[in-house]
Design a protein around this ligand. Sequence first.
Ligand SMILES: NC(=O)c1ccc[n+]([C@@H]2O[C@H](COP(=O)([O-])OP(=O)(O)OC[C@H]3O[C@@H](n4cnc5c(N)ncnc54)[C@H](O)[C@@H]3O)[C@@H](O)[C@H]2O)c1
Length: 255
Amino acid sequence: MDLSLDGKVAIVTGAASGLARAVATTLVAEGARVAGADLNEAGVRDVMSDLAAGTDSDSCRGYGVDVSSREDWRSLVSSVENDLGPVDILCNIAGPAPAPGSGHLDTDDAEWTRQINGHLTGVFLGCQTVLPGMMERRYGKIVNMCSFTAHGTVANIPGYDAAFGGILAYTKDLARFAAPHNVNVNCVSPGNIETPMTQGWMAQPGAYDALRERTLIGRVGQPDDVANWVVFLASDRARHAVGVEINVSGGQLLA
Ligand SMILES: NC(=O)c1ccc[n+]([C@@H]2O[C@H](COP(=O)([O-])OP(=O)(O)OC[C@H]3O[C@@H](n4cnc5c(N)ncnc54)[C@H](O)[C@@H]3O)[C@@H](O)[C@H]2O)c1
């Protein structure tokens, strides 16, 4: 299926690693001009320069950014507009792993704030920064990374779960607001996917096999499984999708 992304300008946060790196890779393969943004500036620059090899070298750029900073967002969007052009697509994917031992009784203020800011506030600031331009041009696609944990399906990671519950509600609320301006806002909720964030616990004895059994199709999800949905939602092929949450978990939520 041709997704017709040739020349579209996309910002992908978190692109130094995991799911966002796969999204950036897929967007580039579909012809988009991609700005990867990450707290890990050296890492994202490396990823984007690898992706630029073999394409128009101006079509991929890496930028250092903390998504929880309004100032960083302002400067990112202004740099991307200058370097690549007006932003057509925003994929909000960056976010921190929950700290070990951050359950209901021991999550401290710092961990709570880190989770809410790194996920929910980052998504809010990103959307608020790109939206005026998208509305003015009457074109935009926003895809937020959510999680099956938004539904309270994993016990005892309160900050992480609450952040994703917020992202789910925010996505639907923003989708209602933005749709009349021809801006589609949707989200993707993966189950446990094998990435640098999850590889540590998946490597514990028995964990990988137990997870495989919790899915209904007997496999552990890979970053491409999620990236394909994100990029589809970022295309005009998904133009009738408004405020949708796509569950990509191999049936883990149903198991
Ligand atoms: N892997 C999974 O199973 C899974 C499932 C559901 C949701 N998610 C969510 O998807 C997102 C990506 O997960 P992943 O597995 O690819 O993780 P990852 O650790 O491989 O990548 C996360 C990236 O986000 C960046 N980042 C973290 N905080 C940031 C900040 N404040 N500003 C800018 N960049 C920041 C990191 O530097 C890293 O490059 C996360 O929000 C995660 O919670 C992951």
